[in-house]
Design a protein around this ligand. Structure first.
Ligand code: SAH
Ligand code: MG
Length: 205
């Protein structure tokens, strides 16, 4: 895997082996359709996805309202003052996200969609080779992301969900709950678990 910039210079929440898995998935599913992620933040996962997609001339749709999840808000555990606009009273990761893609020279492989996940999905019709869910981690947000995007995965394509913690002592259960929901649907089979990245392949029924 080749990344055009030092990944440690990009803020974010993704382990290197998880990023490498995203890179490979984006590359290997590109022929089935574009990739789409929910939750880009400063572009760390986007960088891996775009680098993989680029190898096949593919494209990544990067959905994020860029206002941060619950844990990014002022006073919360993952708040970053550098991403906060005091004058507007909002979190804004979009400027940093664009900077990451520009530095990496990968802008032509990414279509940013600055909107809440459900709104971005409303008129979506294009089958996707890869859907990567890493947005809000409340139960409601995760279930919405699943309902909106899981049906868009093309047969043979992959649904990848971040922050899977089978043991509640290790972390929140919402991503794990939608992972289980995908398995129970009969539409997906487990294909790999890399760190906390759960990968499911859409069956060709
Ligand atoms: N994938 C990133 C981390 C994502 S953090 C990385 O590799 O570092 C989660 C992101 O989800 C935040 O940027 C937040 O703004 C976004 N988010 C949370 N809820 C969302 C929603 N309903 N719609 C769109 N984006 C959302
Ligand atoms: Mg995550």
């Amino acid at each position: 895997m080749h990344l055009p910039i030092d990944i440690d210079t990009v803020k974010g929440f993704l382990a290197p082996e998880e990023g490498e898995a995203l890179y490979q998935l984006a590359r290997d599913t590109a022929a089935l359709g574009p990739a789409l992620e929910i939750g880009s933040y400063c572009g760390k996962s986007t960088l891996y996805l775009a680098a993989g997609a680029a190898e096949q001339g593919g494209l990544v749709y990067a959905v994020d309202h860029h206002q941060g999840s619950e844990e990014h808000q002022p006073g919360e555990e993952y708040h970053d003052q550098a991403l906060y606009r005091d004058e507007d009273g909002v979190m804004d990761s979009f400027t940093e996200f664009r900077r990451t893609l520009r530095r990496a020279g990968l802008e032509q492989h990414v279509v940013p969609i600055v909107a809440p996940s459900a709104r971005a999905a409303r008129h979506w019709q294009t089958p996707l080779g890869l859907v990567f869910i890493d947005g809000g981690h409340s139960e409601a947000a995760a279930q919405t992301d699943y309902r909106a995007w899981a049906p868009q995965v093309a047969p043979g394509g992959v649904l990848a969900i971040h922050d899977i913690f089978p043991d509640p002592a290790d972390g929140g259960q919402a991503p794990y709950n939608i992972y289980q929901r995908a398995l129970a649907s009969g539409l997906f089979e487990a294909s790999a678990m890399v760190g906390t990245l759960g990968c499911l392949r859409r069956l060709d029924l």
